[in-house]
Write a protein that binds this ligand. Structure first.
Ligand code: THU
Length: 126
């Protein structure tokens, strides 16, 4: 699947985000090695620490449906380009190889693509 199409699917998710506190809505589209796309949104909570980011919600959906290997994730916010937070980078590291791709951008004609290794060098795994 082309990264532009994955990015478009992330954009389509933005309205489904639950972000009444930050007003910062995020959509994610995660491409599994099974060829399926697992989408996610950020889901905030009145107890702020209970919030889950869009990236992690996509991973949790995929893993709970039996997909454990991944190729790429597109992430985008209601403000445009959005980079995974530190917690999400570590979460991804658990399931992704160094060549896993992270895609974001302000629009589909200006996508930025980085690898897992680039966004979390020397990442931790037991
Ligand atoms: N957020 C994400 O969904 N992904 C990120 O990588 C950065 C932050 C969400 C969490 C929270 O709901 C809002 O953005 C503001 O931090």
């Amino acid at each position: 699947m082309k990264y532009r199409e994955l990015y478009r699917q992330a954009v389509e998710m933005i309205p489904l985000a639950y972000a009444p506190f930050s007003k910062f809505k995020v959509g994610a589209a995660l491409l599994g090695k099974d060829g399926k796309v697992y989408t996610g949104v950020n889901v905030e909570n009145s107890s702020f620490g209970g919030t889950i980011c869009a990236e992690r919600s996509a991973f949790v959906k995929a893993i709970s449906e039996g997909c454990m290997e991944f190729e790429a994730i597109a992430v985008v916010s209601s403000d445009g380009e959005a980079w995974p937070c530190g917690i999400c980078r570590q979460f991804m590291k658990e399931f992704c190889e160094d060549d896993f791709k992270i895609i974001t951008g302000n629009d589909e004609d200006s996508l930025r693509v980085y690898t897992m290794e680039e966004i979390l060098p020397e990442g931790f795994r037991l």
